[in-house]
Write a protein that binds this ligand. Sequence first.
Ligand code: NAD
Ligand code: TDX
Length: 336
Amino acid sequence: MSALLVTGGAGFIGSNFVRHVLERTTHDVVVLDKLTYAGNLASLEGLPDDRFRFVRGDIADAPLVDALVADLDPATDAIVHFAAESHNDNSLAGPRPFVDTNVVGTFVLIEAARRRDIRFHHISTDEVYGDLELDDPARFTEETAYRPSSPYSSTKAASDLLVRAWVRSYGLRATISGCSNNYGPYQHVEKFIPRQITNVLRGARPKLYGSGRNVRDWIHVEDHSSAVLAILGRGRIGETYLIGADGERDNAHVVEELLDLLGQPRDAYDLVPDRPGHDLRYAIDASKLRRETGWSPRFTDFRDGLARTVAWYRANESWWAPQKDDTEARYAELGR
Ligand code: NAD
Ligand code: TDX
């Protein structure tokens, strides 16, 4: 492949993916991003002009999408689709943009891709499978039934089903990946790990929803990027691949580790009212991805990954400070 059209490339995972691709491959990259509250051009600073271009626009804008897709070569190029409204708490407070971007936006992209027969990779989430009991030995596989809980996860599930139908009905050359919770640099401070790090850096206490016992399966964002490249290179058309790095931790454990890394007592956090419908536990079995593509994660030491992430937020206050007050004002309205 020689060029990738990356939607949502100014967001957390998209910007990490773009940097990863430009550093490790010879692909050129065009980013299409609306620059919502979650998109940030500062996350794409310093990229090489001769291989990277940024276009501001909406994935639901069909004429714009068609024009960008017309520049792609079906023999060599691909669309990698990260753009989404991505935050569960926002989806509970106002679901409309989740339907517009995650469902309608994905529809516009796959229509453009199928007309020009462009290879398409759809970025999805483990949340489409709902949740697991804390003591259930099971993990999600590609065969697990869809059972999304939130407006966010239901719109991601809807977009997955559109992609699958376009593969079967129109022969769209697409793959789907469902990843577990990402952490690392350039993540918006509304999300769990950066919210708690930046709270402590500002002298406030971390805020744990409910009991703090909910479990997430953490993966470093660099490992997500390498997995997506592995699927683009070696994944089978029409297939879904789950991406995970065996990183199950409960939220209280994560906060205690962060407090320790930040030089605070491990119990210096507050419990706040729970998120409505809060999924209990996610856990991924990534054996299909490992078996079929040979991928394996590199950031397997979670405490070390957290320490690097803490160091990044310490060193980059100018990146996150502009988001922090608005984000905390939104949480204050929700009582969380
Ligand atoms: P993010 O919210 O940080 O970034 C989303 C980006 O999409 C932003 O730059 C935003 O401006 C852009 N965008 C939003 N609506 C758009 C539109 N209509 N047109 C064009 N651009 C638009 O999200 P993220 O955490 O980086 O997630 C990226 C993708 O990965 C999403 O599809 C998400 O569902 C998926 N995912 C995220 C995680 C995670 O832990 N964060 C885990 C699994 C899957
Ligand atoms: O302040 C907080 N306190 C807290 O206890 C916040 C913001 C979150 N939490 C809890 C809720 C979850 O159990 O931490 C866990 C992680 O929360 P989020 O960062 O909001 O992520 P989650 O809801 O698990 O969804 C994430 O992973 C899957 C991404 O936001 C999604 O885009 C992705 O699909």
